[in-house]
Design a protein around this ligand. Structure first.
Ligand code: NAD
Length: 485
């Protein structure tokens, strides 16, 4: 048994308890052990964090851009130097295999490096003026205090997207991570502090909806970066009012496999999209739309891939899939499989939770065939390790079924035809379409976000897009006729 840690929140320059003295536990989905006891914040704690961020705001904004860039590189260096330790705790707390956790930690470090480089190249324009005596300049400035709220599926990677760009852009931050991955949030905050991020520039509070609502709605925060479900994203948008919002919400990634596709490529990419991180990715292959000619080969390939996965403790060398992170996501997976079977689908492999493990969160990979377009799999995000195969006649039916869902984050199409690749890419109602690649492929620099009008979010994240989202454009109109000298 690992020793239970007692950890605190970060407010201003200090690690603190909650005002109420209440605590909560973070429990390993792999073993059921309590990993850490942490303060459960309320509105009062959230307000203290907002005030601390407000006090640090001018200092961070006044830090020269090249110093902020250096700070980002220093954070990356600290993360790199602790990679194994971070990955170990990440695996134990989130449930993903150690190898995937190592990749996530490396990705987080890269995000800080990128933000440091991007902010040095943050160019803005000069606009020709209608008045020959005037010049119109534009500059980018920080928003001020950014409220950051993050989920548990990439608990180092996703926060690093916001924290890196917010700090590079000259903002101070109040961050509320998901409660089930609070321990790793403390570790990431320690990396920032040890790299020299100034007191009050990063504030960390735990808690649930009430704390999230406070940091979103309080006038002391000036912009919001939120990654999470569509339902909560809508609540966040209501609470934020007219603040600048970056909302990265749920997806239901359609993967279209046409009969002229390279099947090995399609099967590899689809299986990666369905089963990596046990399907708990907003970009997962959530439904596989297959034409009749290739249906049997795709099904057989997915079953082969699913059955080669080794479910187990995330720190064991042979493990390629760990437990799901929490009961809610496992229950949703149960419900979606049950719904599909009631509508006539059949289980080809898997079909329910695994037995004989230390917790009930171990879920083997599932391949379900004959899934109907009206099933929950096609209508909602599942977020579990399932490959639901929906047979379609042709390209147009595939697009109709894909677009029938009220989510539109990432999709993918496998085809040997450039014409069909563009036909599908231009018609899929997704913010990102990957051609001959899994929907789960993303390199961190691609502008990423939801399709307008669908429930997958607002704004774009990724590389320079994140820096743009976490800074504001200001125009300075200068009357050069009246400048002396
Ligand atoms: P969630 O929406 O339940 O929670 C996300 C965060 O919001 C958590 O920190 C939670 O405590 C907080 N929260 C809950 N209620 C709140 C409220 N009323 N106001 C403010 N904050 C509140 O999501 P989750 O279960 O943690 O994560 C899974 C979801 O995140 C999936 O839908 C997934 O697709 C989505 N996600 C999206 C992306 C993306 O980039 N688009 C990336 C990863 C995950």
């Amino acid at each position: 048994m690992a020793k239970t840690l007692e950890l605190r929140m970060r407010v201003g320059g200090e690690w603190v308890e909650s005002a109420s003295g209440e605590t909560f536990e973070t429990v390993s989905p792999a073993t059921g052990e309590v990993l850490a006891v942490l303060p459960r914040a309320g509105r009062e704690d959230a307000r203290a964090a907002i005030e601390a961020a407000g006090r640090a705001r001018d200092l961070v904004a006044a830090t020269p851009v090249f110093e902020r860039a250096e700070l980002c590189h220093a954070v990356a260096g600290v993360i790199d130097s602790r990679r194994e330790d971070l990955a170990r705790e990440l695996s134990l707390e989130q449930g993903k295999p150690y190898r995937e956790a190592m990749d996530e930690v490396a990705f987080a470090a890269e995000l800080f490096r990128d933000a440091g480089e991007n902010v040095k190249r943050l160019e803005t324009g000069i606009v020709p003026s209608i008045d020959p005596g005037k010049r119109i300049l534009t500059i980018r400035q920080p928003h001020g205090v950014v409220a950051v709220i993050t989920p548990w599926n990439y608990p180092i990677g996703i926060p690093s997207e916001y924290l890196s760009a917010a700090l590079a852009g000259g903002n101070s931050v109040v961050w509320k991570p998901a409660p089930t991955t609070a321990l790793i949030a403390v570790r990431l905050t320690e990396c920032l502090l040890d790299a020299g991020v100034p007191e009050g520039a990063i504030n960390l509070v735990f808690g649930e909806a009430e704390v999230g609502d406070e940091i979103v709605s309080n006038p002391g925060t000036h912009a919001v970066g939120f990654t999470g479900s569509s339902a909560v994203g809508n609540a966040v948008a209501r609470s934020a009012g007219a603040k600048p919002l970056l909302l990265e919400l749920g997806g239901n990634g359609p993967t279209i496999i046409l009969d002229d596709a390279d099947l090995e490529l399609a099967i590899d990419g689809t299986a990666f999209g369905c089963f990596s991180n046990a399907g708990q990715i907003c970009q997962s292959s959530e439904r596989i739309l297959v034409q009749p000619k290739v249906h049997d080969a795709v099904l057989e390939g997915l079953v082969r891939k699913a059955e080669s996965i080794r479910l187990g403790h995330p720190l064991e060398e042979e493990t390629t899939m760990g437990p799901l992170n929490n009961e809610a996501v496992a229950q949703k997976t149960d419900d979606h499989i049950g719904d599909a079977l009631e509508r006539g689908a059949v289980v080809v492999t898997g079909g329910g939770r695994a037995e004989g493990f230390p917790t009930s969160l171990y879920y083997p990979p599932n391949v379900i065939d004959g899934v109907s377009a009206d099933s929950l799999f096609n209508r909602e995000e599942t977020f579990g390790p399932v490959a639901p195969v929906i047979p379609v006649r042709d390209v147009d039916e595939a697009l109709d079924v894909a677009n029938a869902c009220n989510l539109g984050l990432c999709g993918s199409v496998y085809t040997g035809s450039l014409r069909k690749a563009f036909y599908c890419s231009e018609r899929l109602e997704c913010g990102v379409v990957n051609v001959n690649e899994s929907p789960a492929y993303w390199d961190g620099r691609t502008p990423f976000g939801g399709y307008s009008g669908k429930g997958s979010g607002v704004g774009r994240l990724g590389g320079m897009a994140t820096i743009h989202s976490l800074t504001q454009l200001k125009s300075i109109v200068l009357d050069v006729e009246h400048v002396r000298g």
